[in-house]
Design a protein around this ligand. Structure first.
Ligand SMILES: Cc1ncc(COP(=O)(O)O)c(C=O)c1O
Length: 394
């Protein structure tokens, strides 16, 4: 085998995702795509807003010289200025263009942050449940992911975080609204976490950086807003993308914003910019930088997700599931009626309902339901959810 041992292990670990995907395809082939309720993938199905297409056409039609050329690794300055204005409003700090790096999605953002910050075996604490790719990204840069439990309602467990902090901790990584739980951390929680990290940084005489991965920031329900984070903690870095809120994950565009008063700011921003280059991203896609910069205040029609969330909430409640209503993102993360989440996900599959076991997100006894599908498909799952629930409880 010429594949590295590490990659062989990773292929093994990630094979259940591929297996699920393949099983889903097989089910659709056997029963017809319209019969299968596929809630497995977080791939936005709503079209981007009209203004996205208009800007895309307008910008590309100008044939501006240099538009498609290489550029500084941090991205176009005029775009970074617009992004800085956006971050100022969202996070209530005076972030400037110098502190913004355009990235290849939030995934690219996380990788340049980790590359810039982690020494071998440095620890990255993450509250569970968490996005499964974090483990791979941290490993890319020789760090160690340290998952810690959250409370039952998915709010932060400060004791668990405090107990996990060691002299090797460099990053605490949070994701709000959360994939897979839909949890949004309150401003009080963010302030308390910031105080804890400031206190522990002092105790260990080592800067602990709070990294906020927030691609779902503008996917909020019930008219609420995601609270600001950067204003509470100088040693913070935000990364996000337009994958979800503009429905353009395939375009690979996002950014990183560093707090204006973060420790060693100039060196850190320089290191992240170099990381963008040497990880092979070089720079974020040029045309997309201009488009998102010009439509920074636009999002997909959130009323569509709101209706789906309400409908699915009704269906899951009616079937008897125990769950927290998601406050943001497009995921539900209910408890499974039996302990074995993989077994329960198979019961759902028998009903042609595809979901993902919680084990895949570091929290057993749950399953993730993604509502990136039409409301008609959600409605069609109603009886199947009931039957699977009752079969599991029988
Ligand atoms: C929590 C979280 N972080 C990061 C990403 C990666 O986002 P992007 O496609 O912008 O790289 C995802 C994608 O699903 C995600 O759910």
């Amino acid at each position: 085998m010429i594949i590295s041992e590490k990659m062989q292990g990773f292929i093994q670990r990630s094979s259940w995702i591929r297996k699920m995907f393949e099983e889903g395809l097989a089910l659709k082939k056997q029963f017809g795509a319209d019969k299968v309720c596929d809630f497995s993938l977080g791939n936005p199905d709503i079209n981007p807003p009209d203004i996205f297409y208009e800007k895309l056409a307008e910008i590309s039609s100008k044939r501006t010289k240099g538009l498609h050329a290489y550029m500084p690794n941090a991205g176009h300055l005029n775009v970074r200025e617009k992004i800085a204005g956006f971050v100022q409003k969202e996070h209530e700090v005076n972030v400037k263009a110098d502190e913004i790096i355009m990235t290849v999605g939030a995934a690219g953002g996380l990788n340049i942050i980790f590359k810039a910050l982690l020494n071998p075996d440095d620890e990255v604490i993450v509250p569970a449940p968490y996005f499964v790719e974090y483990g791979f990204y941290v490993d890319n840069h020789n760090g160690k992911l340290v998952p810690v439990p959250s409370k039952d309602d998915f709010s932060l467990d400060f004791d668990a975080i405090k107990n996990a902090i060691t002299s090797k901790t460099r990053i605490v990584l949070i994701n709000s609204p959360n994939n897979p739980s839909g949890k949004v951390y309150s401003e009080n929680e963010l302030a308390a976490l910031s105080s804890l990290l400031a206190e522990q940084s002092k105790n260990y005489n080592r800067d602990i950086i709070l990294v906020s991965d927030e691609p779902y920031r503008r996917l909020m329900f019930d008219g609420k807003l995601c609270p600001p984070l950067m204003k509470h903690y100088n040693n913070s870095i935000v990364t996000t993308s337009f994958s979800k809120d503009l429905s353009i994950p395939g375009e690979r565009i996002g950014f990183v914003a560093a707090h204006p008063d973060i420790t060693d700011k100039a060196a850190l921003v320089g290191a992240m910019t170099l990381a963008n280059r040497i990880l092979g991203y070089v720079n974020a896609p040029s045309l997309m930088q201009h488009v998102v910069g010009d439509i920074i205040d636009s999002t997909v029609d959130m009323s569509i997700y709101q209706k789906r969330r309400d409908l699915l909430s009704d269906i899951l409640k009616e079937a008897g599931f125990e769950f927290q209503n998601p406050e943001g993102s497009f995921y539900f993360f209910p408890k499974t009626p039996i302990e074995d989440d993989t077994k329960f996900v198979n019961f759902l599959k028998d009903e042609l309902i595809l979901t993902v076991p919680g084990s895949g997100f570091g929290l057993k006894g749950h399953f993730r339901v993604c509502f990136c599908v039409d409301a008609t498909i959600i409605e069609r799952s109603r009886e199947g959810f009931k039957r699977a629930y009752n079969k599991a409880r029988a």
